[in-house]
Design a binder for this molecule. Structure first.
Ligand code: SF4
Ligand code: SF4
Length: 143
């Protein structure tokens, strides 16, 4: 199974959970947290950006916004977004039964296998924060 299929399976696990899309979690300067990606996930991002006919954005780290968060507050790589973005739900999340709160532990348990599956696709390369991948790609474009 390829990275995109694994990511899609993870999205299926959280199907039915939703949030008000405040995009706060895409503003790392606010949350102090940034998604970590395996090489395989970053390759999915690169392919999506290429398919859009764009270049990878430069992560200048100035405002703490994700480099893929557009000025319209939408994710520019939504279909290719990494695991951390797909599976992060804050306490404002609405559950399929209408309750609000963090993901239930059964869902978190079901999500546990995905980081390992993604890492297994590129075992020799360590995960890095999204900005670190972008900065490395800017220094030494791979493709
Ligand atoms: S998970 Fe929470 S912080 Fe992130 S977009 Fe949804 S409501 Fe906003
Ligand atoms: S990749 Fe998309 S979903 Fe993930 S933090 Fe950036 S803008 Fe948000």
């Amino acid at each position: 199974m390829g990275a995109l299929e694994i990511l899609q399976e993870a999205s299926d696990v959280v199907e039915g959970f939703s949030c008000d899309c405040s995009t706060e979690c895409c503003r790392f300067g606010v949350t102090g947290r940034e998604p970590w990606l395996t090489r395989a996930e970053f390759d999915v991002v690169i392919a999506a950006v290429k398919a859009q006919g764009r270049r990878l954005p430069v992560d200048d780290d100035d405002d703490g916004r994700c480099a893929f968060l557009g000025s319209d507050d939408r994710c520019r790589i939504y279909a290719a977004r990494p695991l951390g973005c797909r599976t992060f739900f804050c306490e404002k999340t609405t559950h399929p039964d209408g309750r609000r709160g963090l993901l239930p532990s059964s869902t978190n348990r079901a999500l546990r296998a995905f980081p390992r599956q993604l890492q297994a696709l590129t075992p020799s390369e360590e995960s890095r924060p999204l900005g670190a991948w972008l900065r490395a790609a800017a220094k030494k474009p791979r493709r």
